[in-house]
Write a protein that binds this ligand. Structure first.
Ligand SMILES: Nc1ncnc2c1ncn2[C@@H]1O[C@H](COP(=O)(O)OP(=O)(O)OP(=O)(O)O)[C@@H](O)[C@H]1O
Ligand SMILES: [Mg+2]
Length: 509
């Protein structure tokens, strides 16, 4: 195939344009418009077939870069079928006079003259065809145009096939998500990010076992929702799920809360009382904020996990209990084990299965989906017409780091619904602190950013990541983080404020 230098350059430009497209409809439309431009065709169509040979996607365009309505009546089935079965390109200066086409009704009725029809082949498998025609000029396509269009078709095959595979994977993911949701009733957990889908898949794998599960995640990430999903997808779902917040009680009260007590076990114990483990018998006990539990109680918890038994306060009788244990923590337990705050043996018992719920800033795909979910909830609750988030409000939410995670997003949205008097939620309805680190972008996303703007964005993101890392490194101790960063504590505080980062102590050494 011979093509000249200018055609080669043209081909290169178009190919680059195509290969950066990930959306199949865009790939097909761009390809079609360029093919019509290059060839001088009057109309064109690209059809992609599924494995059964049915049309899966098609784009039909005309010279004016508009879609053709009802393309199936406007092209010749005979020509398409011939290229599909022969897998060979077809180049007809006058279709009506061509021996093999003369008898074709569609060619005659459509009064087709110049036609090019090419197979789209990827790894030796035909998956589509390109069709171009001109009904007014005989021999409208020159032989070198045909050669050039053939070269271009190779790139279209590549780009279209990649976009098609991506589309099929996306469709498959949506189907799997739907299946996961209906099968496990995960309706309460709104998400679309691959990280959260992975979390839900893990929940579905481990739910119906008796293995203890540890749910790890920052504040407000949805740990309790995951714990509920574990219980309600287990065979224990008919039995109670009992929650104990380990941080809410002093040590001695927590022990009685866990295991119950006999009358007179301590001052004020006027009657005997069942503990949470006994209440959860046959069901699930959710030990929230287990990272706050004292070492003394950790030993007693270990005994329940190991032997399934405990002794109520003031009693000599050992009680058996069959409660599935789900625990949640904000500080990764291994950090507490290292600093001697958490028993290693208990850690290994609890850590058999650990589900890490990622912070919202690491799954930005979920932000708008969640915001719209909370918007709907709030509008129903407040009996308001459902408002929409405008583009800028969405941008602001998407750029914010959400130190308080999903709970913070929920609060922001509720507040916005209260403040919003019209049908649209705009930046003015969002809290100032989430706008402070945000540099307003041009409304027109296609506009090229200025150097200053682009650089600022990169610097901001770098600063944010750096601060998070150094805080992590210093276990949330600001003075130590500032020292590591070589900054004055005051400056460090200012930077944290700018990026709306709250330091949370992960462990105190
Ligand atoms: N994926 C989600 N879909 C819908 N709502 C969510 C999701 N994740 C969290 N939420 C909501 O966000 C709020 C916080 O969730 P949850 O209480 O489960 O978080 P948590 O990690 O247990 O928080 P904390 O660490 O403060 O105890 C709840 O109102 C919950 O319903
Ligand atoms: Mg919680």
């Amino acid at each position: 195939m011979n093509i000249d230098i200018s055609q080669y350059q043209q081909l290169l430009t178009i190919s680059k344009e195509l290969l950066i497209q990930s959306d199949i409809d865009h790939v097909l439309t761009i390809s079609m418009d360029r093919l019509i431009e290059i060839s001088g065709a009057e109309r064109g169509i690209i059809i992609l077939f599924d494995q059964a040979g049915d049309s899966l996607f098609q784009t039909a365009r005309q010279l004016e870069k508009k879609d053709i309505e009802n393309p199936e009546f406007e092209i010749s089935r005979t020509i398409i079928e011939q290229v599909r079965s022969s897998e060979e390109p077809l180049y007809l200066p006058n279709a009506m006079e061509h021996p093999s086409m003369k008898k074709s009704n569609s060619v005659g009725e459509l009064r087709l003259l110049s036609v090019i029809c090419l197979p789209l082949i990827y790894q030796k498998v035909l998956f589509g065809v390109i069709y171009l025609d001109n009904r007014t000029i005989e021999g409208a396509f020159r032989a070198d145009t045909f050669t050039f269009v053939q070269s271009f078709a190779d790139f279209i095959s590549l780009a279209a096939h990649h976009a098609l595979v991506r589309k099929q994977l996306e469709n498959r993911q949506i189907l799997l998500e739907e299946e996961l949701r209906t099968r496990y009733d995960f309706d309460a957990i709104v998400c679309h990010s691959p990280q959260m889908i992975q979390v839900l898949q893990t929940v579905s794998q481990v739910a119906d076992t008796d293995i203890p599960v540890l749910v790890e995640g920052e504040s407000g990430t949805g740990k309790e929702l995951i714990a509920r999903a574990l219980h309600y997808n287990s065979k224990r779902r008919q039995m109670p799920m009992i929650t104990v917040n380990c941080a809410a009680f002093p040590d001695d009260l927590l022990e009685s809360e866990f295991f119950g007590h006999e009358k007179g076990a301590f001052t004020g114990a006027f009657k005997s009382r069942k503990g949470k483990f006994e209440q959860a018998d046959g069901g699930t006990i959710f030990l929230d904020e287990i990272d706050e539990m004292s070492p003394a109680l950790q030993v007693k918890l270990l005994r329940v996990i190991q032997w399934g038994e405990f002794t109520p306060l003031g009693s000599d009788e050992i009680q058996k209990c069959d409660a599935r244990i789900v625990a949640a923590c904000k500080t990764p337990l291994n950090i507490l084990v290292e600093s001697g705050k958490f028993r290693e043996d208990l850690y290994y018992r609890l850590h058999v299965f650990c589900i890490k719920v990622p912070p919202l800033r690491e799954r930005k795909q979920d932000i708008i989906l969640l915001a719209e979910h909370f918007l709907k909830d709030a509008a129903i609750q407040m009996q308001k017409e459902l408002p929409k988030l405008n583009a800028l409000a969405k941008q602001i939410l998407q750029h914010y780091s959400f130190p308080g995670n999903v709970r913070e997003l929920e609060n922001i949205v509720r507040r916005a619904v209260i403040l919003c008097k019209g049908k649209t939620i705009k930046p003015e309805h969002l809290p100032d602190e989430i706008k402070s680190g945000f540099t307003f972008e041009q409304d027109d996303a296609s506009q090229f950013p200025t150097f200053k703007h682009a650089k600022q964005k990169v610097v901001d993101e770098f600063e944010r990541q750096y601060l998070l890392r150094v805080l992590h490194e210093s276990n949330g101790v600001i003075a130590r983080a500032a020292q590591l960063a070589g900054m004055h504590t005051k400056n460090f505080h200012q930077k944290l404020k700018k990026h709306n980062i709250r330091a949370t102590k992960t462990a105190s050494n």
